[in-house]
Design a protein around this ligand. Structure first.
Ligand SMILES: Nc1ncnc2c1ncn2[C@@H]1O[C@H](COP(=O)(O)OP(=O)(O)OP(=O)(O)O)[C@@H](O)[C@H]1O
Length: 282
């Protein structure tokens, strides 16, 4: 797989504060990677450096073969950015603004198709200041992808979305055939969308892998719940299939309401961050 985003030794210092302390990760072409981490870990800082909006203190950064700090117009046209809400142009109408912005690109989406993709076709002629928060966020996404970018940055894209808008947005992201770096605090979203998870904490990447790989690192236990003769039971085990087989072997028909809950990305994430904090405190 060709590399679309390549970061190594990335440092960022605000005043006397080292926020990024040697961050390194790669994103392959066409890959969707979720960048996770506690509040203040430096996710937005990292994304803004990759977008070319923020100057780094040190390190090597490459996005689509160029250093974002020196990205020219042609490079910028290949990169899609979804900003934290498009506040300008309040008097413009949705269709008008998307057509206008599309004209800056060589191969933009057709405005009608784009509005349908993000679920804004019913609001095509609404003024932007009249849109609801969620509709405005959909417009932000439309603006980010209007030029069919080869790499797309999504910084907490679904904050404020209702569950249906969120699901529609997830379907949209999965249909996009582009490299995506996404930050989110919604771990179900990360699990659903990302091929790979990268966790930033204490200024470094503390974990990098698929959700399943990270879960294995933690050696998480599954939780098994069942009822037997009307009584509720629960147990934790790493061998849930064997456990359940034994349970049925012993109690057969008396077993009811069986539930097996695997360690979620949330369990894994919390364990990894906790592990990192314990080590850092030593
Ligand atoms: N322009 C700035 N000047 C000084 N400090 C800054 C600046 N921007 C960010 N910081 C600090 O850098 C740290 C990382 O901020 P950043 O916004 O990158 O974190 P984040 O991981 O995106 O957090 P969140 O999950 O809360 O959005 C924070 O401690 C923040 O206060």
């Amino acid at each position: 797989m060709e590399t679309a985003i390549d970061v190594s030794g990335l440092r960022m210092r605000y005043g006397a504060d080292d926020v990024l302390n040697g961050v390194a990760f790669r994103v392959g072409e066409g890959e969707v990677v979720a960048l996770l981490g506690p509040n203040g870990a430096g996710k937005t800082t990292t994304v803004e450096i990759l977008e070319g909006f923020r100057m780094r203190s040190a390190g090597r950064v490459e996005v689509l073969g160029a250093d974002p700090a020196q990205g020219d117009e042609r490079w910028r046209a290949r990169v899609g950015v979804v900003l934290q809400s498009w506040r300008d142009h309040g008097k413009w109408r949705v269709r008008e603004l998307l057509a206008h912005l599309g004209a800056y690109y060589a191969k933009p989406w057709d405005t009608g198709a784009l509005m349908a993709m993000v679920g804004l076709d019913a609001h095509a002629d609404k003024k932007i200041k009249m849109l609801s928060g969620g509709q405005r966020r959909r417009l932000d996404v439309a603006i980010g992808i209007v030029g069919r970018p080869e790499a797309l940055f999504l910084d907490e894209p679904t904050v404020g979305f209702d569950p249906r808008a969120r699901q529609e947005f997830h379907d949209l992201v999965r249909r996009l055939d582009t490299t995506i770096l996404l930050t989110t605090h919604d771990l179900a979203e990360a699990e659903k969308l990302a091929d790979r998870i990268v966790i930033l904490a204490g200024g470094r990447i503390i974990a990098d892998g698929t959700a399943a790989e990270l879960a294995r690192r933690i050696a998480g236990e599954d939780e098994v719940r069942w009822t037997c003769g009307g009584e509720r039971h629960a147990a934790f085990t790493t061998e849930s299939t064997a456990f359940v087989r034994k349970l049925f072997g012993e109690y057969g028909e008396a077993i009811g309401e069986l539930e097996v809950r695997r360690a979620s990305l949330e369990d894994t994430y919390l364990a990894l961050v906790r592990e990192h904090e314990t080590e850092a405190a030593r």
